[in-house]
Design a protein. Sequence first.
Length: 339
Amino acid sequence: MRTTLFKLASASATAALALTLGACSSTAPESSADENKPAADAGQWPRTVTDDQGQQVEIPAQPKKIVSTTVSTTGTLLAIDAPVVASSTGAVGPETDENGFFSQWSDVATERKVEPIYQVGNFNLESVLAQDPDLIIVSTSGADSELDHVDRLNDIAPTLVVNYGGKDWKELATQLGEATGLEANAENIAEEFDQRSKTVKDKLNIPEGTTASIVSYNKGKDSPVGKTSGPHSRLISALGFTVVDPPAEFDTSTQKREDFAFTSYEGLSESATGDATFLISATDQTADAFTADTTLANIPSVKNKNVFPLANSFRLDYYSSNDILDYFESVFPGLNSTK
């Protein structure tokens, strides 16, 4: 069973930021009978796919041993039943297990015997080589990006560069499905999730035009605010909210991002202007701190007491997205009047 929605402590947001810089819970897709035989039809091989740097990557045969150098992408690989043999890890903390795997999919990784090879920030080429992979996954950005090592990784195996921050997990699953011959698996989990999202939206019945802001709150410091183009906004929008885009003038990001604007503390009150604010990777204590922040006293969500913590949610994948649907199905108290 997946870990519960509220297992995180207040330090989880900090841990999640370091990597990018929980009614009826869904169960993980079942693994294939043979860990070296992916579940879907293998299709035609070799095949060439275009990665997110515009490079053509030739994959000679359907991968059987994948190494993920980006722990933020490992959950999506697991969700499509890709044969991940090893992955980089995050730091051990409130939102990870003893290996540094994210808690929303760590039990799946354990079941499938995924090897933790090194902690993010401590790249180890020899550890990758020792896994004898036939496909390596690298991210374009985030603290778990090994973009500087792509040339050396390409000497080991075909290396696919993906931009997980510029797409939602369903788009990432489609991309990884094409590279692994697991297109049907990617399509199936996306369809399942979309149907569940629609069911939850119908139950919520959010009034049309209700706006929302998405914030990873760090009092006194820059706080990531979700952009309308990001995966969090797409999920919250699918539930009936209209997400407010944060003004670019307060964005302190040093690199272009599609998911978050790293908003200055001084600009947060002018950026989190939605009728409701959803605090990601947060607890009730985080929400209390947000509503008690005097610089935010006049924003609509604070005045109307519509500030809601979403645990286990900074890096969205199949597992954490279903955790959020769990929250809206069984925990979300509903909106106070926004008038």
